[in-house]
Design a protein around this ligand. Sequence first.
Ligand SMILES: Cc1cc2nc3c(=O)[nH]c(=O)nc-3n(C[C@H](O)[C@H](O)[C@H](O)COP(=O)(O)OP(=O)(O)OC[C@H]3O[C@@H](n4cnc5c(N)ncnc54)[C@H](O)[C@@H]3O)c2cc1C
Length: 322
Amino acid sequence: MAGGMLTVGIPEYRLPRSVVQREIANIQKYGVEIRLNSPVGKDGLSFESLWQEGFQAIFVAAGAHKSVPLGVPGEDLNGVYHGTAFLKEMGLRNKVKVGAKVAVIGGGNVAVDAARSALRAGAKEVAIVYRRSRDEMPAYPEEVAAAEGEDIRIQFLALPKKVIGKAGKVSGLECVKTQLGEPDASGRRRPEPVKGSEFVIDVDTVIAAVGEVPDLSFLDTAKFFLNDNKTLKAASPAFVTNVKGVFAGGDAVTGPATVIEAIAAGKKAALAIDKYLRGESLDYQEPVPSIISIEDVDCGEVQEEGTAGDALAPGSQTGKKL
Ligand SMILES: Cc1cc2nc3c(=O)[nH]c(=O)nc-3n(C[C@H](O)[C@H](O)[C@H](O)COP(=O)(O)OP(=O)(O)OC[C@H]3O[C@@H](n4cnc5c(N)ncnc54)[C@H](O)[C@@H]3O)c2cc1C
């Protein structure tokens, strides 16, 4: 399926597939051919085969789909899922087998989406376990409020230590309470385990959503420059990598970000690739956007309930239509 995380990440109840499908159809109308089921990498296409086919530029927009492991004992037990894989199953098949009691670990949008999706997959009780406090939670506040409105409990200041198993299956999650210390590299206060404060949550399913990184195993990573956080290096404003003819953008370059940033990267990279194919220099300054005041915005075309039909704005719980 085309659409990346818009199709297999962001849950259907927040971003209806019909909206994404309409956008994809618009792109196809411009003459863009979409070849599905065509992985680049081992046993699939290669950069070499693409050059041989006659393509003169490649834009790498492979996203950030690999979940960061929890790194605690018991992570391989039956009943442990990783956030993006869990949501992908929900996105593709609208069904994942979850137990009655689910713990989701993490504090970002993926964790909140996984928790709310677990409820929709049939779980009776869902708890989010987050190692910092509400103030540091990176998820959209309205999504957190919506999760709490669905009776999802958030256990703040707790860190998983071990997934407990019985006969190869998850039977609990051992956590330790944390307190916040000095700020770390992210600028947020570092969670420090409180000695002797271990406790066990009674669960049969654990979903780990503690971060995502790009899976660049399809690239000859020895040839490409990477950033410290293992994303692909691409220089602005032209999104060029260090390999001639190869451009890159979106989450594969920035790490997990937003839909609009990925779309903006695609548009700017398309302009750069156009210059490249015409033999023009890529050593240019990004044009300064023209900024107009809010009073000068023509709202005539904006309808509160437009053609997007039943589409709720991502993150919106207000029922306001796109
Ligand atoms: C659960 C979740 C919720 C989110 N919620 C929001 C939100 O509310 N608002 C918001 O703005 N953003 C949200 N995001 C972030 C947003 O979805 C991403 O930032 C955006 O989709 C990134 O776009 P991209 O094109 O870089 O990558 P992706 O959308 O990840 O697309 C990458 C594509 O590349 C394909 N691909 C990967 N490797 C290969 C390969 N080797 N060969 C061929 N194809 C390959 C993938 O299959 C996929 O189709 C959310 C993300 C997740 C996971």
